[in-house]
Write a protein of this length. Structure first.
Lengths: 225, 1169
């Protein structure tokens, strides 16, 4: 299995005596080509799960393995490199750098990559942008793009280093219905083409419907929907 | 292709506004740092420039203790000019009592080797007075300053007075001490006034602040005035173009024995050579050298003491004014013997009398006890009689060795063949009237007078050498000659020649002061400044620099806060924390680099501003003439490097906090670590608060006992900084604790609570703002507390003035003028000044008559001179804060025992141990200190800043014989008029400087309102001595004006710091309000009025202001507590006004900054949220 989530829990200390439990014994496995949607109400812990999968947060207990590697056993610098090479993120907000062009935004992750060839990654970035329909907007700044276009750039950025795991946190949350459908379809399409493990956290039933595997997160517990 | 450097540049361009603010902050820090260093450069450069100008081409100089023949300079290596350099006074033509008058001038007697350039028509090698065109006044060239002050121009006549050299120490009993006997006065015609740009205007050999007042006269003319001889003499040799060693070698080769103050008389009548001093008394070391030289030649030598006593008596029988010789009575021919028949030895305290016709002491039995009354050999003013008992050993007849008037050394007007006892050119201890009474001229003549007529100064009593040395010895020595017998068959001429050569080999030119001093290098060393201005300004600027860098950190962090999501994204996509940190630091450092470079240019302007402020406040106009901005590449390099280093620290600190926040939080726009992770104030903060408080108090308390002033200053700043840290750490603890409180209630108090909560919302940011304000407040308060003015107690005996309202300086007076001979001399001078009748040169000529003005002046003196204390003064470097040069050899004052007994003045610290010393610390000056050091007091500021010493410290400087003398500071005084010198007791003064005679300073107490009349009478009376009176209050005020100039400049730095603080406050409040725009809009939506929101912001703002100012003020007050405990007064009102103004400005700025934002319409603000 490419992704193994084994009994992952997350607690936060509080002013009281009991810690706040946000995630409880979550288990999940997925292989390349798998696409998983996680649904659930606000505060149920789905974003926390996503952050743990993305190594942005550490579990209180349990294990996570990606391609057989436990990222939380890596030192900080290697963990960042691991995240850079193996994980792609798409956020609800696009988080594009306003000072950079569309192409440059896609190339941002490559700046700290130690394994890629700059010329090849740039060619690949151009190809990705072509595939998301932005071939003619390479030199544009984020401020010159629509919301849907910005999120497409964000998707291309997430895939530019060919990650094993593609994580998306409410990727269509800020988009109108048309754009949401388009971005959702594009995300799945690219995931299939790149054979990533796609995990999407969403409130959108429409988006979730597109995914073959769906999970429900309730009060920190992950269950198949 | 996008690469990291390109991304950095993109970021810089995109966040240009934020970066601009950071850049300006760094530029301020760089400007302040570099500017402070440039102030140091300016001082050193200006002083160096002044040295170059004041020395002209002179590289080395030989200062001679006595005048030597000017021809010695001929054919020396390089260019050597003989100059007779004397202090003097000059008065414009007109009424002597009212014409413009200038004391403390420098009179340079020069020949054409050092004549002022561009002046023609003066025969610098001649003496017009002695020329055939008699009665033509000799020429004088005035420097521009002297001419301006006198109002004199070319062709005018002026009266010049200089001190005359004496053929015996002025402080010996036989010397004459009246003003007319010690000064030479002559009229000159102004041949030219130097042009304003002439270098000779500024010629000066001392590193002192006062602008020189030079006048130039032909060396032959000045030599005649000072020595009454025709030969030109010099007291200095000015050399250029040769090394110091070459000059000393050449000088040694040219020195004659007479240049060491020796003279050689061939006594043909007795066939011996008498080696004597040109100043009557041979120094003990010289006596030894002569004896050794005689021994080298294999000839016998006998040191001899001859002294004029007052009376030698047996009961009522007496010999008036007997000349007593102390010698080896057993000496063989031709140097003796002096023993009575049958006597083998002359023991201590025994006397042999000359058996001469008419002596009242004839026929006494051997063993009779005689009494000798003699004048204390060392005395200023009135002669003091001492007595001793001598046992008669027997009589010797007048013949052979005893018939020798040449035993007595040559004294002008006393021993010469044409001298008359009744017309002796006599010292004050031998007044003519008294001589005439005791030795009636007759007829019949008194036997003593008859003896004198026949035998002149032939001794009539003999004691052994130890007895004579005991009775008649002084600090100058005792021996008046060393008599040397020739070898068998040797002529006196040959002996004389051999002895001079042998003595020259033995005499040490250095011990006699006959050496060149590398004055250029010494003054260039002194030009580094008494105080390291760069360090001083840097020290006081550090608060400002740190404030600027804190502002940099604050602005950078605020800029980064706005980029939190960007940082979060970078971390999320695989940038390591280190990489993000590097990226952000690279951006920041590039901005800082540009800012620091801009700061270098701004530093030049800042330096000019500081100098302009400092010089504008500086009381001495002369400083402005040469103090110019200078800059060295090293200062720019250090300024740039240090600023970059500190900016890196500030940036690193800013980035460090941000990258600790988790990427998800950053992506949400959060910039601080989640609150729930923090459990109240951290233990580190508590430990920091307590340890800073304890160590800070400890440092300040220990500071009082630290002797090194630099370390003491460090304890002050270090202690103050730690107390500030403690206060801010306490504020941090309080801010974190406020989150537990529940905001409740109604109205303004509830709003105030909410405002306070807001201030604590972002503790780091708030603390930085408070710290900015605190540091500026610290500087302002601490500096203000050091500002002093003569206080109400100043005029008291235990106040700064010691109870003296006038202080005077003069060329030496050898007797105090309040009573006795000195007062009589003063009255005579006043009569002469007001009547215009000169004082007669020949006894018996008409005396100047009294005039109504002279009587009025006498009345002023009668009423006004309540207390007068004459002080000895050894010239040297002005050690006061007025002197920007380094004072390596400070002036030394010697105070009389009467002043020690009187006590007074305000002490800062002393080494007093006994109750008696504690009651009167002046007693410490009456005996040698530890290590046999000379004990001295000095002004506390002088010790701390100029000498860099404290009580208990020692320093060394050359004594009169060139050997180093150790001085120990046994006490410091405050608010005194003695900032320019160190003070010791008279006996200790004489121990260090035995050759100094006369009084050159006076402390005077007059009743209130009488100061002016007394000062005027004294200045008129002693105009030939350059007598200058200054009110003690004015003198202290001028010192304090200098300190005030420094303090005001430092406060300007504090003011800049406050500006930065207020700017930081405005930025923080504005940013805080901007961040909470939606929140504030919500409050308005639920019914808060704009005024209520303003109150919220003002409370938040006010709290930061109060925390900042309060911390700064409290830390400063604690830091200066030891200073205050020593008697300093804090000007509370000024401080209150100052801080009140800061509060008002702070509130106004914050109110203005937030007013616009609070009016943003509610709905857009809510939507933004």
């Amino acid at each position: 299995m490419s992704l193994v989530v084994d009994n992952v829990s997350k607690e936060y200390p509080t002013r009281g005596t009991e810690p706040l439990s946000v995630l409880r014994n979550a288990c999940l496995t997925a292989d390349r080509g798998d696409a998983v949607a996680v649904m659930g109400p606000s505060g149920s812990g789905k974003s926390t799960l996503l952050h743990i999968l993305g190594t942005l947060d550490r579990p209180t207990s349990g294990k996570v393995a990606l391609d057989g590697t436990d990222p939380f056993g890596l030192p900080e610098a290697q963990l960042a490199q691991f995240r850079n090479a193996r994980i792609g993120f798409v956020f609800q907000e696009h988080h594009l750098l306003p000072q950079c062009s569309v192409l440059e935004n896609v190339l941002i992750p490559t700046l700290v990559s130690k394994t890629t060839n700059p010329a090849e990654t740039e060619a690949y970035a151009r190809q990705l942008l072509d595939r998301v329909g932005l071939a003619g907007r390479l030199d544009h700044r984020p401020a010159e793009l629509s919301g849907g276009e910005r999120q497409r750039v964000a998707v291309a950025r997430a895939l530019v280093l060919k990650p094993t795991l593609l994580l998306a946190d409410e990727p269509t949350g800020n988009l109108d219905r048309t754009n949401a459908q388009s971005v959702g379809a594009m995300l799945l399409e690219l995931h299939k083409q790149e054979r990533t493990v796609l995990v999407v956290v969403t409130h959108s039933a429409d988006l979730a419907k597109l995914f073959p595997r769906r999970f429900e997160m309730n009060d920190g517990t992950l269950q198949p929907a | 292709m996008l690469m990291l450097p390109k991304l950095v540049l993109r970021n810089l361009a995109y966040h240009a506004r934020g970066n601009l603010a950071v850049m300006l902050g760094v530029a301020v820090g760089s400007a302040v740092f570099t500017g402070a260093l440039l102030v140091g450069d300016s001082l050193r450069g200006s002083l160096r420039g002044r040295v170059e100008r004041q020395l002209g081409d002179v590289d080395s100089v030989a200062f001679f203790p006595r005048p030597i023949r000017a021809e010695i300079a001929d054919k020396m290596p390089g260019m050597v000019a003989p100059v007779l350099l004397l202090p003097g006074s000059v008065q414009a033509s007109g009424d002597p009592a009212t014409a413009p008058y200038l004391g403390k001038i420098t009179v340079l007697g020069v020949n054409d080797t050092f004549a002022p350039a561009g002046v023609s028509g003066v025969d610098w090698n001649g003496d017009r007075r002695r020329s055939k065109t008699a009665n033509v006044f000799p020429p004088i060239v005035l420097s521009r300053r002297v001419a301006e002050k006198l109002g004199a121009k070319s062709g005018d006549r002026v009266t010049l007075s200089v001190e005359q050299f004496s053929d015996m120490p002025r402080s010996s009993s036989l010397a004459k001490r009246a003003t007319n006997d010690t000064t030479g006065t002559e009229q000159f015609v102004v041949e030219a006034v130097l042009s304003a740009d002439a270098r000779e205007n500024d010629f000066n050999l001392t590193p002192n602040p006062a602008a020189p007042m030079n006048v130039f006269v032909p060396i032959r003319t000045l030599s005649r005035m000072a020595t009454r001889g025709d030969a030109p003499v010099a007291t200095v040799l000015l050399a250029s173009g040769a090394s110091n060693d070459d000059l000393n070698t050449a000088l040694r080769g040219r020195l004659h024995a007479e240049d060491f103050g020796l003279k050689f008389r061939e006594i043909d009548t007795r066939k011996y050579l008498s080696v004597e001093s040109t100043e009557l008394i041979l120094p003990p070391a010289t006596v030894k050298d002569i004896e050794t030289a005689a021994s080298d030649l294999g000839v016998s030598a006998e040191p001899t003491v001859v002294y004029v006593a007052d009376t030698l008596n047996f009961g009522k029988k007496e010999i008036p004014y007997p000349i007593v010789a102390g010698l080896n009575a057993n000496a063989a021919e031709p140097l003796g013997p002096f023993l009575p028949k049958g006597a083998a030895v002359l023991a201590d305290d025994e006397v042999i009398l000359l058996d001469w016709q008419g002596s009242e002491l004839k026929g006494l039995a051997t063993g009779s006890k005689l009494r000798i009354a003699y004048f204390d050999p060392e005395v200023e003013g009135e002669g003091k009689l001492k007595e001793a008992e001598l046992t008669l050993r027997g009589y010797v007849p007048l013949g052979g060795a005893t018939r020798d008037k040449n035993l007595t050394p040559e004294i002008r007007g006393v021993t010469s063949d044409d001298a008359d006892l009744y017309d002796w050119d006599r010292p004050p201890v031998l007044p003519g009237e008294k001589i005439r009474t005791r030795v009636p001229k007759g007829p019949p003549p008194h036997p003593r007078g008859d003896f004198y007529s026949r035998n002149k100064s032939t001794p009539m009593a003999y004691v052994n050498l130890p007895t004579a040395r005991k009775l008649f010895g002084s600090r100058y020595g005792s021996d008046t000659s060393v008599r040397v017998a020739p070898s068998k068959g040797e002529t006196l001429e040959k002996l004389n020649e051999r002895m001079q050569a042998a003595i020259l080999k033995r005499l040490d030119p250095k011990a006699s002061g006959l050496v060149f001093d590398p004055i250029r290098s010494r003054l260039l060393t002194a030009s580094r400044g008494g105080t390291d201005f760069g360090g001083l300004f840097l020290g006081f600027s550090m608060f400002l620099i740190v404030a600027a860098l804190m502002l940099v950190g604050l602005l950078f962090r605020l800029s980064l806060d706005r980029r939190a999501k960007e940082v979060g994204l970078l971390l999320a996509i695989g940038f390591a924390v280190k990489q993000v940190r590097r990226l952000l630091l690279a951006e920041g450092l590039l901005v800082a680099c540009v800012g620091a470079a801009i700061g270098l240019a701004a530093g030049v302007a800042y330096n000019r501003l500081l100098l302009a402020v400092l010089l504008d406040l500086w009381p001495d106009e002369g400083v402005k003439a040469y103090f110019k901005p200078h800059a060295s590449p090293a200062s720019f390099a250090i300024g740039f490097g240090a600023t970059m280093f500190m900016a890196f620290g500030a940036l690193w600190f800013s980035v460090r906090g941000l990258v600790k926040v988790t990427p998800p939080a950053l992506l949400r726009g959060e910039t601080a670590i989640a609150r729930h992770a923090i459990k109240g104030p951290s233990r580190v903060t508590k430990v920091l608060a307590i340890s800073s408080l304890v160590v800070g108090i400890g440092l300040i308390a220990a500071g009082g006992t630290v002797s090194n002033p630099d370390f003491r200053a460090m304890t002050f700043f270090g202690g103050g900084g730690l107390l500030l840290t403690a206060a801010l750490a306490s504020a941090a603890i309080w801010m974190r604790r406020t989150r537990h409180a529940i905001v409740n209630g109604r109205g303004a108090s509830a709003l105030a609570q909410l405002g306070a909560r807001n201030a604590a919302r972002n503790p780091t940011r708030s603390l930085f703002t408070a710290a900015l304000l605190a540091m500026a407040a610290f500087l302002l308060v601490a500096v203000e507390s050091f500002r002093r003015q003569p206080d109400q107690e100043f005029a008291e005996k235990t106040g700064g003035s010691g109870g003296f309202n006038l202080i005077a300086e003069t060329e030496p007076l050898y007797q105090s003028f309040d009573t006795g001979l000195g007062r009589a001399d003063l009255e005579r001078q006043l009569r002469s000044a007001y009547s215009g009748v000169p004082i007669p040169k020949i006894p018996g000529d008409p005396e100047p008559p009294a005039t109504p003005q002279s009587r009025a002046a006498n009345t002023e003196l009668d009423v006004g001179l309540e207390e007068v204390f004459p002080l000895r003064l050894r010239g040297g470097d002005d050690a006061s804060c007025m002197n920007l040069f380094q004072a390596a050899r400070p002036r030394v004052l010697g105070v009389p025992d009467s002043l020690v007994a009187r006590g007074g003045f305000k002490f800062y610290m002393t080494e007093a141990k006994t109750a008696e010393e504690n009651a009167n610390p002046w007693l410490l000056l009456t005996k040698p200190a530890a290590n046999n050091a000379v004990p001295v007091f000095c002004e506390n500021n002088t010790a701390q800043w100029m000498l860099k010493k404290a009580v208990g410290d020692e320093f060394m400087m050359p004594g009169d014989d060139g050997e180093m003398v150790t001085f120990r500071i046994v006490g410091t005084i405050v608010d005194s008029p003695f900032q320019s010198e160190v003070i010791t007791g008279e006996a200790e003064f004489a121990r260090a400087f035995p050759k100094q005679s006369g009084y050159r300073a006076f402390l005077i107490h007059t009743p209130p309102g009488k100061e002016q009349g007394v000062a005027r009478a004294l200045e008129v009376g002693f105009r030939a001595n350059g007598f200058a009176v200054t009110p003690a209050r004015d003198r202290v005020a001028s010192f304090q004006a200098v300190i005030g100039a420094y303090l005001s400049t430092f406060q300007l730095l504090g003011g800049f710091g406050l500006m930065l603080g207020v700017l930081g406050l405005a930025v923080v409040v504005l940013r805080g309000v901007w961040e909470r725009l939606g929140e504030l809009a919500l409050l308005r939506a639920v019914g808060y009025r704009t005024r209520a929101l303003q109150l919220l912001v003002l409370v938040e703002n006010g709290l930061l202001l109060l925390v900042g100012l309060g911390s700064g003020v409290l830390a400063a007050l604690a830091s200066v507590a030891p200073h205050v405990a020593s008697g300093a007064a804090i000007p509370w009102l000024r401080l209150a006004i100052l801080l009140g103004l800061v509060l008002v400005v702070g509130f106004s700025v914050a109110s203005a900054a937030t007013a616009g934002i609070l009016r943003v319409p509610v709905i857009p603000a809510l939507r933004r949220e």
